[in-house]
Design a protein around this ligand. Sequence first.
Ligand SMILES: *Cc1c(COP(=O)(O)O)cnc(C)c1O
Length: 390
Amino acid sequence: MTAVAMDLAEIQRLENEHQPPLYAKREIALVRGEGPYLFDSDGRRYLDAMSNYGVAILGHADPEFAAAMCDQLRTLATGHQSFYSDVRAELLGEIAEIAPDGLSRFFLSNSGAEAIEAALKFARVATGRTKLVAAKRGYHGRTLGALAATADQKYRAPFEPLSPSATHLTLNDVDALDAAVDDQTAAILLEPIQGEGGIWPASHEYLQAARAIADDRGALVIADEIQTGFRTGSPWAIDASGVKPDILVTAKALANGFPIGLTMFTEAISTAIPAGAHGTTFGASPLACRAALVTLRALRERGLYARSAKLGDMLMRGLSELNSPKIRDVRGRGMMIGVELKERVTPTLRGLQEHGVLVLPAGATTFRLLPPLIWTETQMDEFISAMDTI
Ligand SMILES: *Cc1c(COP(=O)(O)O)cnc(C)c1O
């Protein structure tokens, strides 16, 4: 069986006619993927340096992943959490292996924003408080609860009032955090490295201060690792600071493209959650659990955590050796890298796309690399040569 073959004009006509105008579209239709590459409707090949916002962490059409998903579809795809499931049990065991110390309870859902919603609800019931402290440039999703934590006015303004809204502080300003967190604060919510906001790392000192301040005021620390998860050299970016969060949220890469969200938290928080206080029909289905299980095993068995650290170092070195007059700064860790330009980013995005390389913007002057962890020196060289020509 083959997919319906449509030409680009027809694809564009149907999408433009029937989708709301929410997305600025790039002028190609992606129809196929293979490892580190994507192919458009004209058969043109692209090096994928964005893996759909960091989702396709094993690359596209991974044979082992595809075979496992087909097997699960033929066995059992859907099943509610009011029944036990062998695949779900296996996945929970695998998650427990990589969970930060002290986080032993896991809620599975279907997206990043849903995982944040769960974290916010659990923080509220566990503390009996509603105030939230987050960071300027922070991004936590666009459902109403998650949006209250997201900083950017572009996303917030059309939907105000967002109740209760988070207080947004300058990242890495410890004094501001100390002044803002009080005995009404339920949680401090932070990305260890801000993704959408432009690849801005929270300093280890800042994360450590957040932990100390939260402990002092009886608030919780929530780490949003939806984007950082699995690609910074270890499962969690916050580990590098030594800080133990009360809640850790992840999503994007967890199931290599199958929709999923994961909220991990302490036994103490779990005890405070009343039965029926939260739930999801699709969440933790056998199919979703199989996707995450195969992904986590592949990351571990193929040594991809260590590999992401090594590849990331090589990429950052390659970028700085370009000595490009356009580049102001290169930031990041592992395979999560931001390249800040001295000019607006759109012409560079377009130029790279014309040279067969897809990258993502992260703010007006920065582009982001979130490649699959299966890159080899071949893909590194392809990327660096494309950068050199634009
Ligand atoms: C993508 C993202 C989200 C939202 O996830 P969705 O699956 O798009 O809802 C939240 N937080 C961070 C840090 C993200 O990168």
